[in-house]
Design a protein around this ligand. Sequence first.
Ligand code: C5P
Length: 321
Amino acid sequence: MSAVRQARIRALAKINLALHVLGRRPDGYHELRTIYQTISLADSLEFEYRPSRSTRIEVDCEPPIPDNLVVRAAEAVMEAAHIRGSVGIRLRKCIPAGAGLGGGSSDAAAVLLTLPVLAGRTLSLQELSGLAAQLGSDVPFFLLGGTALGVGRGEEVYPLPDLGRLYCVVVVPELKISTAEAYRSLREKLTPERRPFIIRDFQSAAWAAAMGAPPGDKGSSVGNDFEVLVFERFPELKSLKKRIERLHPVRVGLTGSGSGLFGLFRSRAEWEEASEQFGRVCRVFTERLVSRAEYWSWWRRWLAPHIGDRQSWPPRSRYAQ
Ligand code: C5P
């Protein structure tokens, strides 16, 4: 009987430091300009893989999620990499759903990175990105991590340099926002005349980020296009943003289409004050930004018993022929 291969990994959340929507595309999605950032908030996944002739995928998720993206990711990567065997995944959710933090997408990317390593298969970053984009628009970002530019429907990602050590408070009120619904409502408000201005402002924010400055810093007009709409519908979110602003963050904003808000702080003291203030009214997560170098090094550590060298990205299986 073949030995079971196991790995325990963490799937990190993201925030959108900037998010602008240019318009609807012929495929029904929206053309975006965004800046993604991984943060230390994470789900936990435990994998067990045993080679066998028939394939079985079992996911135990706490709390349970119908139509879990993790199952679809496992099926997709096993088919693409010709993996056969028995797969067990225990998923413990910590990243709130419907908050714009990319929890489901990160879990899916974690499956794409882990299963080929456990099964002794090699897929290139390009092949993994193709599978990731089919699973969701922000899944490819989690194959990269750190700070990254996202264009297209968000699936086309380009690395940006680290923003340095910044503390991050994420405040999540008790309401979930459906991404598809948020895009539908925003669509009615998009005006083609604004497009060149969005592109220009975003371009300068991207340049600033390329120099290591947090986008939205010092009077820049980049932000999140969903804010107007979401704040109109949920005024309590607007007041929450104002309350975070009073603590003088480097940047504050909605992440994705909400409902999560984040504040970035330079000092630990400000960050602690923010978490104390909001802990009484909402779920608060006191986290920090995670750079790409850290993300990759954590991944190499989680998969250490199963990888051959500590340089390759994506991690390369030591069982691969
Ligand atoms: O790609 P993903 O499955 O995460 O997207 C969820 C929904 O959000 C899509 O079905 C679509 O309605 C909307 N969306 C969009 N344009 C994007 C990303 C998402 O319209 N760029």
